[in-house]
Design a protein around this ligand. Sequence first.
Ligand SMILES: Nc1nc(=O)c2c([nH]1)NC[C@@H]1CN(c3ccc(C(=O)N[C@@H](CCC(=O)O)C(=O)O)cc3)CN21
Ligand SMILES: CC(C)C(=O)C(=O)O
Ligand SMILES: [Mg+2]
Length: 279
Amino acid sequence: MMACMSQASAPKRVRIRHFQAAKAAGERITALTSYDAMTAAVFDEAGIDVLLVGDSAATTVLGETSTLPVTVDELIPMARSVARGVSRALVVADLPFGSYERGPEQALDTAVRFMKEAGVQAVKLEGGVRSHATIKRIVEAGIPVMAHIGYTPQSEHGLGGHVVQGRGDSAERVRADARAVQDAGAFSVVLEMVPAVLAAEITRELAIPTIGIGAGAECDGQILVWTDAMGLGTGRVPRFVRKYADLRTTLLDAASAYRDEVKSGAFPSAAESFEDQTS
Ligand SMILES: Nc1nc(=O)c2c([nH]1)NC[C@@H]1CN(c3ccc(C(=O)N[C@@H](CCC(=O)O)C(=O)O)cc3)CN21
Ligand SMILES: CC(C)C(=O)C(=O)O
Ligand SMILES: [Mg+2]
């Protein structure tokens, strides 16, 4: 978002007003997921604008097969780690499945927990028209909300799998969801797995920035799950992912080398050991 801005106007901390400014200036917003202080510090230094503590932690960190099992109590310590790890990026926490669907009051309680206990700057939740009152309630309490429409992974079973949303006649539904979250006061909206042409139209139609994942090149920003983008996944990655590194191979080679050197006695050397007397 700020790479092509002058140093003077580049923000010390990314804030939601910078999102509107970035959209107005046509500057792309960059986002990655993060689940710990180590990666958060690296992505922050790289100038990534937004770090999302996604409920994708379920599949990436916790080894589950979907996002459904992760709980608020599991996600809060990760979100706190990410918030501690950054000095510039805006940290957003996903509200996990089951922690907001009962209604605006349950959702606000959960959002407040993330603000108080994790120290994030915003929360994200899934759903458009169906989440309108919930988004409105949280925003009215002074908590910025990032919306998430199109393919919403917490509804995987209701949607019948990882299916592109908004093809053909269902485009109007996604458009209505986009208008609903903007009207409810969301400061930005994730568009997941929608046709590129539809995502471009929604991006032009909305005043708030769109952050795409599998939604083509014309969104106002892009987000990826960091372990997918950097090759630390185990299984298949979705086709919208581009691989920017092969960390799995890097780590495998390093762990194998360490193992071999311990087995052979090459590690540790004298320099990596202590003498009896200090000199
Ligand atoms: N590691 C990870 N990356 C993600 O992008 C991600 C998660 N986890 N968890 C939450 C959701 C689930 N998402 C997914 C998961 C799988 C596909 C997938 O397999 N897509 C197929 C097409 C659909 C199909 O044939 O099943 C593809 O080839 O892209 C897509 C999105 C996106 N989100
Ligand atoms: C993929 C992004 C948008 C997400 O919701 C997550 O990582 O949980
Ligand atoms: Mg999520």
